[in-house]
Design a protein around this ligand. Structure first.
Ligand code: GLV
Ligand code: MG
Length: 311
Protein backbone atom coordinates (compact mmCIF):
# COMPACT_ATOMS: atom_id res chain seq x y z
CA UNK A 1 0.00 0.00 0.00
CA UNK A 2 1.36 3.40 -0.89
CA UNK A 3 0.06 6.80 0.07
CA UNK A 4 0.71 10.04 -1.75
CA UNK A 5 1.65 11.63 1.57
CA UNK A 6 1.09 15.31 2.25
CA UNK A 7 0.75 17.48 -0.84
CA UNK A 8 2.26 20.42 1.02
CA UNK A 9 5.79 21.51 0.21
CA UNK A 10 5.95 24.75 2.15
CA UNK A 11 7.43 24.49 5.65
CA UNK A 12 7.02 27.93 7.24
CA UNK A 13 6.08 26.51 10.64
CA UNK A 14 7.33 23.15 11.92
CA UNK A 15 5.55 22.08 15.10
CA UNK A 16 7.46 19.92 17.59
CA UNK A 17 5.23 17.45 19.49
CA UNK A 18 6.49 14.93 22.08
CA UNK A 19 5.69 11.37 20.97
CA UNK A 20 5.07 10.54 24.62
CA UNK A 21 2.02 12.81 24.83
CA UNK A 22 -1.05 11.45 22.94
CA UNK A 23 -3.16 14.44 23.98
CA UNK A 24 -0.72 16.90 22.42
CA UNK A 25 -0.47 14.77 19.28
CA UNK A 26 -4.27 14.77 18.87
CA UNK A 27 -4.35 18.54 19.36
CA UNK A 28 -1.56 19.03 16.79
CA UNK A 29 -3.70 17.36 14.12
CA UNK A 30 -5.96 20.41 13.93
CA UNK A 31 -3.31 23.15 14.13
CA UNK A 32 -2.18 25.37 11.26
CA UNK A 33 1.49 24.36 11.25
CA UNK A 34 2.78 23.42 7.78
CA UNK A 35 4.70 20.46 9.24
CA UNK A 36 4.28 18.48 12.44
CA UNK A 37 7.10 16.35 13.74
CA UNK A 38 6.42 13.71 16.34
CA UNK A 39 9.46 13.48 18.59
CA UNK A 40 11.16 10.35 19.85
CA UNK A 41 14.36 12.20 20.77
CA UNK A 42 14.98 14.84 23.41
CA UNK A 43 11.33 15.45 24.34
CA UNK A 44 10.99 11.77 25.34
CA UNK A 45 12.69 10.19 28.39
CA UNK A 46 14.59 6.92 27.82
CA UNK A 47 12.02 4.88 29.76
CA UNK A 48 9.21 6.29 27.61
CA UNK A 49 10.75 5.66 24.15
CA UNK A 50 8.98 2.36 23.44
CA UNK A 51 5.55 3.67 24.44
CA UNK A 52 6.15 6.84 22.40
CA UNK A 53 6.84 4.76 19.27
CA UNK A 54 3.48 3.02 19.75
CA UNK A 55 1.68 6.35 20.32
CA UNK A 56 3.16 7.75 17.12
CA UNK A 57 2.16 4.72 15.03
CA UNK A 58 -1.40 4.86 16.41
CA UNK A 59 -1.73 8.61 15.87
CA UNK A 60 -0.47 8.43 12.29
CA UNK A 61 -2.79 5.55 11.41
CA UNK A 62 -5.87 7.08 13.00
CA UNK A 63 -5.83 10.01 10.53
CA UNK A 64 -7.54 13.36 11.07
CA UNK A 65 -4.51 15.39 10.00
CA UNK A 66 -4.93 18.81 8.49
CA UNK A 67 -2.75 18.25 5.39
CA UNK A 68 0.44 18.90 7.37
CA UNK A 69 3.74 17.32 6.36
CA UNK A 70 4.04 14.45 8.89
CA UNK A 71 7.52 13.75 10.18
CA UNK A 72 8.99 11.60 12.95
CA UNK A 73 12.18 12.64 14.73
CA UNK A 74 14.12 9.50 15.64
CA UNK A 75 17.07 9.34 18.03
CA UNK A 76 20.55 9.95 16.67
CA UNK A 77 22.85 7.15 15.53
CA UNK A 78 25.11 7.40 18.61
CA UNK A 79 22.29 5.99 20.78
CA UNK A 80 20.89 2.45 20.97
CA UNK A 81 17.40 3.59 19.85
CA UNK A 82 17.67 4.68 16.22
CA UNK A 83 17.19 1.35 14.40
CA UNK A 84 14.16 0.40 16.47
CA UNK A 85 12.67 3.90 16.13
CA UNK A 86 12.86 3.73 12.34
CA UNK A 87 11.74 0.11 12.00
CA UNK A 88 8.82 0.50 14.40
CA UNK A 89 7.37 3.67 12.93
CA UNK A 90 7.89 2.77 9.26
CA UNK A 91 6.62 -0.82 9.64
CA UNK A 92 3.71 0.47 11.68
CA UNK A 93 2.72 3.57 9.72
CA UNK A 94 5.15 4.06 6.80
CA UNK A 95 2.45 5.13 4.35
CA UNK A 96 1.55 8.00 6.70
CA UNK A 97 5.09 9.35 7.14
CA UNK A 98 6.47 12.02 4.83
CA UNK A 99 9.97 12.22 6.27
CA UNK A 100 12.27 11.14 9.09
CA UNK A 101 14.06 13.91 10.99
CA UNK A 102 17.56 12.70 11.88
CA UNK A 103 19.13 14.73 14.70
CA UNK A 104 22.79 15.41 15.51
CA UNK A 105 24.00 14.33 12.07
CA UNK A 106 27.79 14.45 11.84
CA UNK A 107 28.54 13.05 8.39
CA UNK A 108 27.13 11.72 5.14
CA UNK A 109 27.43 8.11 6.31
CA UNK A 110 24.73 8.65 8.93
CA UNK A 111 22.32 9.87 6.27
CA UNK A 112 23.25 6.98 3.98
CA UNK A 113 22.68 4.47 6.79
CA UNK A 114 19.16 5.82 7.26
CA UNK A 115 18.58 5.82 3.50
CA UNK A 116 19.55 2.12 3.27
CA UNK A 117 17.34 1.16 6.19
CA UNK A 118 14.39 3.10 4.73
CA UNK A 119 14.86 1.45 1.33
CA UNK A 120 14.66 -2.01 2.88
CA UNK A 121 11.62 -1.08 4.92
CA UNK A 122 9.86 0.47 1.92
CA UNK A 123 10.51 -2.67 -0.17
CA UNK A 124 9.46 -5.08 2.54
CA UNK A 125 6.28 -3.15 3.32
CA UNK A 126 5.11 -2.35 -0.20
CA UNK A 127 5.76 1.37 0.17
CA UNK A 128 7.07 3.36 -2.80
CA UNK A 129 10.87 3.18 -2.67
CA UNK A 130 12.33 6.63 -1.99
CA UNK A 131 9.05 8.18 -0.91
CA UNK A 132 10.02 8.85 2.71
CA UNK A 133 12.26 11.91 2.91
CA UNK A 134 15.11 12.70 5.30
CA UNK A 135 15.56 15.94 7.24
CA UNK A 136 19.12 16.03 8.63
CA UNK A 137 19.46 18.23 11.69
CA UNK A 138 22.71 20.15 12.09
CA UNK A 139 23.50 20.36 15.80
CA UNK A 140 27.26 20.42 16.22
CA UNK A 141 30.49 21.72 14.71
CA UNK A 142 31.28 18.51 12.82
CA UNK A 143 27.85 18.44 11.19
CA UNK A 144 28.31 22.04 10.10
CA UNK A 145 31.77 21.29 8.71
CA UNK A 146 30.38 18.34 6.72
CA UNK A 147 27.22 20.07 5.62
CA UNK A 148 27.72 19.75 1.84
CA UNK A 149 28.35 16.01 2.08
CA UNK A 150 25.32 15.64 4.35
CA UNK A 151 23.11 17.66 1.99
CA UNK A 152 24.04 15.47 -0.98
CA UNK A 153 24.25 12.11 0.82
CA UNK A 154 20.85 10.90 -0.42
CA UNK A 155 18.17 12.04 -2.86
CA UNK A 156 15.78 11.69 0.10
CA UNK A 157 17.21 14.80 1.78
CA UNK A 158 14.59 17.57 1.64
CA UNK A 159 15.71 20.13 4.21
CA UNK A 160 18.61 21.14 6.43
CA UNK A 161 17.39 21.87 9.95
CA UNK A 162 19.27 23.90 12.54
CA UNK A 163 19.30 22.66 16.14
CA UNK A 164 20.36 25.77 18.06
CA UNK A 165 20.19 24.40 21.61
CA UNK A 166 22.43 21.40 20.98
CA UNK A 167 24.60 23.42 18.62
CA UNK A 168 25.35 26.21 21.08
CA UNK A 169 26.06 23.64 23.79
CA UNK A 170 28.37 21.69 21.47
CA UNK A 171 30.52 24.72 20.65
CA UNK A 172 30.58 25.88 24.31
CA UNK A 173 28.78 29.13 23.59
CA UNK A 174 28.25 31.00 26.85
CA UNK A 175 24.48 31.33 26.72
CA UNK A 176 21.40 29.95 28.42
CA UNK A 177 18.68 31.48 26.25
CA UNK A 178 18.41 29.75 22.88
CA UNK A 179 17.94 32.23 20.05
CA UNK A 180 19.10 35.27 22.02
CA UNK A 181 22.58 36.75 21.84
CA UNK A 182 25.08 35.62 24.48
CA UNK A 183 25.77 38.43 26.91
CA UNK A 184 29.01 40.21 26.09
CA UNK A 185 28.78 39.57 22.32
CA UNK A 186 27.76 42.96 21.07
CA UNK A 187 27.19 44.21 18.55
CA UNK A 188 26.57 41.41 16.10
CA UNK A 189 24.71 38.15 15.73
CA UNK A 190 26.51 35.19 17.29
CA UNK A 191 24.46 32.87 15.07
CA UNK A 192 25.20 34.56 11.76
CA UNK A 193 27.95 32.26 10.48
CA UNK A 194 25.93 29.16 11.31
CA UNK A 195 22.74 30.52 9.75
CA UNK A 196 24.56 31.48 6.56
CA UNK A 197 26.44 28.19 6.31
CA UNK A 198 23.18 26.23 6.57
CA UNK A 199 21.37 28.57 4.19
CA UNK A 200 24.15 28.49 1.60
CA UNK A 201 24.34 24.68 1.72
CA UNK A 202 20.56 24.43 1.36
CA UNK A 203 20.53 26.76 -1.64
CA UNK A 204 23.61 25.15 -3.21
CA UNK A 205 21.87 21.78 -3.14
CA UNK A 206 18.24 22.76 -3.75
CA UNK A 207 16.98 22.05 -0.20
CA UNK A 208 14.83 23.93 2.28
CA UNK A 209 16.55 25.70 5.18
CA UNK A 210 14.69 25.38 8.47
CA UNK A 211 15.57 27.26 11.68
CA UNK A 212 15.18 25.47 15.01
CA UNK A 213 13.24 26.30 18.16
CA UNK A 214 12.88 29.38 20.35
CA UNK A 215 12.44 27.90 23.78
CA UNK A 216 10.94 30.81 25.74
CA UNK A 217 7.44 29.85 24.58
CA UNK A 218 5.62 32.62 26.49
CA UNK A 219 7.80 35.35 24.98
CA UNK A 220 6.10 35.91 21.61
CA UNK A 221 8.03 39.15 21.02
CA UNK A 222 11.26 37.22 21.50
CA UNK A 223 10.02 34.55 19.10
CA UNK A 224 9.17 37.20 16.51
CA UNK A 225 12.59 38.81 16.88
CA UNK A 226 14.35 35.47 16.53
CA UNK A 227 12.22 34.21 13.61
CA UNK A 228 12.50 37.51 11.75
CA UNK A 229 16.30 37.19 11.63
CA UNK A 230 16.31 33.90 9.72
CA UNK A 231 13.24 34.82 7.66
CA UNK A 232 15.05 37.97 6.50
CA UNK A 233 18.11 35.96 5.49
CA UNK A 234 15.95 33.66 3.36
CA UNK A 235 15.23 30.60 5.51
CA UNK A 236 12.05 28.74 4.55
CA UNK A 237 10.68 28.24 8.05
CA UNK A 238 11.24 27.60 11.72
CA UNK A 239 10.24 25.19 14.45
CA UNK A 240 7.36 26.09 16.74
CA UNK A 241 6.87 24.58 20.18
CA UNK A 242 3.52 26.05 21.14
CA UNK A 243 0.29 26.87 19.27
CA UNK A 244 0.80 30.58 20.07
CA UNK A 245 3.99 30.58 17.99
CA UNK A 246 2.30 29.16 14.86
CA UNK A 247 0.40 32.25 13.71
CA UNK A 248 3.44 34.46 14.18
CA UNK A 249 5.65 31.95 12.38
CA UNK A 250 3.39 31.56 9.33
CA UNK A 251 3.15 35.33 9.07
CA UNK A 252 6.89 35.96 9.46
CA UNK A 253 7.89 33.33 6.89
CA UNK A 254 5.36 34.61 4.33
CA UNK A 255 6.19 37.81 2.44
CA UNK A 256 4.45 40.98 3.59
CA UNK A 257 1.45 41.73 1.34
CA UNK A 258 3.01 44.96 0.03
CA UNK A 259 6.25 43.14 -0.88
CA UNK A 260 4.33 40.32 -2.56
CA UNK A 261 2.25 42.80 -4.58
CA UNK A 262 5.38 44.70 -5.59
CA UNK A 263 7.13 41.48 -6.63
CA UNK A 264 4.23 40.47 -8.87
CA UNK A 265 4.21 43.98 -10.31
CA UNK A 266 7.94 43.79 -11.11
CA UNK A 267 7.52 40.39 -12.75
CA UNK A 268 4.57 41.58 -14.85
CA UNK A 269 6.39 44.73 -15.94
CA UNK A 270 9.59 42.85 -16.73
CA UNK A 271 7.76 40.16 -18.71
CA UNK A 272 5.77 42.76 -20.63
CA UNK A 273 8.68 45.04 -21.52
CA UNK A 274 11.16 42.33 -22.40
CA UNK A 275 8.63 40.67 -24.72
CA UNK A 276 8.23 43.80 -26.88
CA UNK A 277 10.81 45.01 -29.41
CA UNK A 278 11.73 41.45 -30.28
CA UNK A 279 12.98 40.81 -26.75
CA UNK A 280 15.88 43.24 -27.28
CA UNK A 281 15.49 45.18 -24.02
CA UNK A 282 17.55 43.95 -21.05
CA UNK A 283 16.59 46.61 -18.49
CA UNK A 284 13.31 48.49 -18.15
CA UNK A 285 11.97 51.25 -15.91
CA UNK A 286 9.16 50.65 -13.43
CA UNK A 287 8.34 54.01 -11.88
CA UNK A 288 11.68 55.32 -10.62
CA UNK A 289 13.35 51.95 -10.43
CA UNK A 290 15.40 50.18 -13.06
CA UNK A 291 14.58 46.50 -13.40
CA UNK A 292 16.82 43.94 -15.02
CA UNK A 293 17.14 40.17 -15.10
CA UNK A 294 18.66 40.04 -11.58
CA UNK A 295 15.99 42.20 -9.99
CA UNK A 296 13.34 40.06 -11.69
CA UNK A 297 14.98 37.01 -10.05
CA UNK A 298 14.76 38.69 -6.62
CA UNK A 299 11.10 39.45 -7.27
CA UNK A 300 10.56 35.83 -8.32
CA UNK A 301 11.81 34.64 -4.89
CA UNK A 302 9.25 36.79 -3.06
CA UNK A 303 6.49 35.90 -5.53
CA UNK A 304 7.22 32.16 -5.18
CA UNK A 305 7.10 32.37 -1.37
CA UNK A 306 3.83 34.30 -1.54
CA UNK A 307 2.23 31.92 -4.04
CA UNK A 308 3.31 28.91 -1.94
CA UNK A 309 1.70 30.58 1.08
CA UNK A 310 -1.55 30.99 -0.89
CA UNK A 311 -1.35 34.82 -1.27
C1 GLV B 1 16.83 21.16 18.75
O1 GLV B 1 16.87 19.99 18.61
C2 GLV B 1 17.90 21.92 19.31
O2 GLV B 1 18.86 21.29 19.79
O3 GLV B 1 17.82 23.16 19.31
MG1 MG C 1 18.66 19.11 19.52
Amino acid sequence: MTSAGSTKTVRRSVLAVPGSNPRMIEKAKGLAADEVFLDLEDAVAPAAKAAARANIVAALNSGGWNGQIRVVRVNDWSTEYTYADVITVVEGAGSEIDAILLPKVVDAGQVQALDLLLTQLEKANGLGVGRIGIEPQIENALGLRNIDAIATASPRVQTLVFGPADFMASINMRTLVVGEQPEGYEPGDAYHHIYMTILLAARAHGLQAIDGPYLAVRDIDGFRRNASRTAALGFDGKWVLHPDQITACNEIFSPRQADYDRAEEILDAYAFHTSVEGGARGAVMLGDEMIDEASAKMAQVIADKGRAAGM
